[in-house]
Design a protein around this ligand. Structure first.
Ligand code: 13P
Length: 233
């Protein structure tokens, strides 16, 4: 079974949400399908027959944190998952590993399944081991990971059309699995399309995808989900 997550980022709208629900609700798939729309659209997904997630949450349940989204309220709004530590959160909103770990704890306390993103920037491409080890450090210290999902998204691959070779993906995924153990699912993210989905999914240890741009094109997303059903290793 594969996990295919759509990360709409700050895109989409009511019309796309309604069309996406109608189309994706027709899919019966052994895969876990998750859509993470912008927070203001989450309530629109009340009749979605798959799973809904948020793209971020704050590390506190409530309080004077203007503009933030409470993990408790996300749960109440129908989310089962929450993406944490996306590279856009790390770079644009200056989130560091410690804050991301606090958010992880707050999400787990609400029974949300965190999807923790890791991955190196272009300038660290040769030092990916150091970057990944540092980003995972908080999660390795006798930390019960529960249902936590991780997503390896090389920053240089996001929205660029560039993807690592299959050999590189297998090397990096083996390294991450060795750190985290076999239990935690590990997704690939970065320029996933219906053109490359099949060969990336065939890579050892790839448990699914975190899809950005291609998840906004419903036919494209459906094709990616269909490939997931083929690879049930
Ligand atoms: P793209 O699929 O658009 O490259 O985005 C990947 C991503 O950031 C998903 O979280």
């Amino acid at each position: 079974m594969k996990i295919i997550v759509a990360n709409w980022k700050m895109n989409g709208g009511v019309d796309l949400a309604d069309e996406f629900i109608e189309e994706i609700n027709t899919i019966t798939s052994p895969n876990t399908i998750v859509v993470c729309p912008p927070a203001v659209l989450i309530s629109r997904f009340g009749n979605f027959s798959h799973r809904v997630g948020a793209q971020n949450c704050f590390c506190e349940e409530n309080g004077a944190f203007t503009g933030e989204n409470s993990p408790k309220l996300l749960k109440e709004a129908g989310c089962k998952y929450v993406i944490l530590g996306h590279s856009e959160r790390r770079s644009i909103f200056c989130e560091d590993d410690e804050l991301i770990f606090k958010k992880w704890k707050a999400a787990v306390a609400q029974d949300l399944i965190p999807i923790v993103c890791i991955g190196e920037k272009i300038e660290d491409r040769d030092n990916w081991k150091e970057t990944i080890s540092r980003q995972l450090d908080f999660f390795l210290d006798d930390c019960p990971l529960g249902d936590t999902i991780f997503a390896y998204e090389p920053v240089w691959s996001i929205g660029t059309g560039l993807i690592p070779t299959e050999e590189k993906i297998e090397t990096i995924f083996a390294f991450i699995k060795e750190l985290l153990g076999d239990e935690a699912p590990l997704l690939y993210g970065g320029s996933v399309t219906s053109e490359n989905a099949q060969r990336i999914l065939a890579c050892q240890n790839v448990d699914g995808f975190l899809v950005g741009g291609a998840s906004l094109k419903i036919d494209e997303f459906k094709k990616i989900v269909a490939f997931g059903a083929v690879f049930n290793h």
